[in-house]
Write a protein that binds this ligand. Structure first.
Ligand SMILES: [Zn+2]
Length: 361
């Protein structure tokens, strides 16, 4: 999730936590529904405080995953809060079955601990009498009970054995202790899809929200399976195998206008910019269009080229590079061997390569 759509909240343990702007819709929706129900201002505020508290529990849940991942040698960039839940963006995720199991279990475990603490609180400090059990609205009295219920719901929901829920990963990693990760993912995908269909059918009769979850699970199962299949294929190759050496080159002093004219005749995603015969940067089609719009035809391409695209080595694992390119939305990266510029790698070419290899497998 791009940071420009999110409001930063802080960086505990070096993990950037931010809240997505669509969260505003959730709060607006709560206010609308509450006003419709004829609730008083105090009750509406309680609803909002309650939802925000649940999301604090969601952040703690994501921190549980993240800290366990870091402990096992992974890297976590950020946690983004969406109205549908939290999302931890891990750049390096432990993949050994035992490690994946621990990372997946750590999130729901946090909510189990929160639930236990709430039970202790209610039995020792703030006993809840049956009179407090009216659940039309959140009150100061029923707040802990409702929060307990919410945390138990988070645990139960996340333990559904289907991607993208934690349960899908727990299930896959447990299977992967006995078989290959690809086989395990394939079984987990099938089970996930069965759950998705149950959700969708139940949604028609019970609550339309279940249909949305069903579709979410259907896509999650498919996406995870594809990614593991890609990993299985791409792990057998290096950047060298898909390297493009017949790239289009432009000199850094040529103009955007000249680049635009050449663009018409090529199918490449962009140009390699050289200065005195050395690699200087990349210029994508988008850069050219942006350059034309903002500065006109006469500006030199070096003003608009991207000279900070991180280069990859021709011996790098194709899967790792593919993952990074997708995550950072790099369509094209320069490839080096030692200090020498060898060519470029295009995301499009890797996708084509995958299609061919998938067809053969
Ligand atoms: Zn989780």
């Amino acid at each position: 999730m791009k940071s420009r759509f999110s409001i930063p909240l802080g960086s505990p343990f070096g993990i950037k936590i931010s809240i997505h702007w669509t969260f505003g819709f959730l709060i607006a929706w709560i206010v609308l529904v509450s006003v419709n129900q004829g609730l008083e201002v105090y009750q509406i505020l309680m609803q909002i405080v309650f939802v925000l508290t649940i999301f604090v529990c969601v952040v703690l849940h994501e921190l549980g995953h993240s800290l366990m991942a870091i402990r096992l040698g992974g890297k976590v960039e950020s946690i983004t809060l969406l109205p549908i839940g939290g999302m931890a963006n891990m750049s390096e995720m432990p993949e050994k079955p035992r490690e994946e199991f621990l990372v997946s279990a750590a999130g729901p475990l946090v909510n189990v601990v929160i639930a236990l603490l709430l039970m202790l609180y209610m039995s020792w400090i703030h006993p809840v009498s049956p009179d407090d059990m009216e659940f039309e609205a959140i009150t100061f009295q029923n707040f802990p009970v409702m929060l307990l219920a919410a945390n138990l719901f988070i645990v139960a929901f996340n333990l559904i054995p289907a991607f993208p829920m934690d349960g899908g990963r727990l299930f896959r990693s447990a299977l992967a202790m006995k078989m290959s990760r690809l086989q395990a993912t394939s079984i987990a995908k099938d089970i996930g899809q069965i759950f998705a269909i149950i959700f969708i059918i139940a949604g028609i009769f019970v609550n339309p929200f279940l249909i949305i979850i069903g579709i979410f699970v259907l896509l999650g199962a498919k996406g995870e399976h594809e990614m593991i299949k890609y990993q299985d294929i791409l792990n057998q190759y290096t950047v060298e195998d898909v390297l493009k050496t017949d790239y289009q080159a432009l000199d850094a002093d040529e103009t955007i206008g000249q680049a635009a004219e050449k663009l018409v005749h090529i199918s490449d995603r962009g140009f390699v910019i050289t200065s005195e015969g050395e690699f200087a940067g990349l210029l994508t089609k988008n850069d050219i269009i942006k350059g034309l719009n903002e500065r006109g035809r006469e500006i030199a391409v070096k003003e608009f080229m991207d000279s900070d695209v991180p280069s990859v080595r021709s011996s790098d694992s194709l899967f790792e590079v593919y993952k990074d390119m997708r995550r950072n939305q790099h369509e094209i990266v320069p490839v080096k061997a030692g200090d020498n510029f060898k060519g470029v790698l295009e995301l499009e070419n890797i996708n084509e390569f995958l299609l061919i290899k998938k067809a053969i497998v």
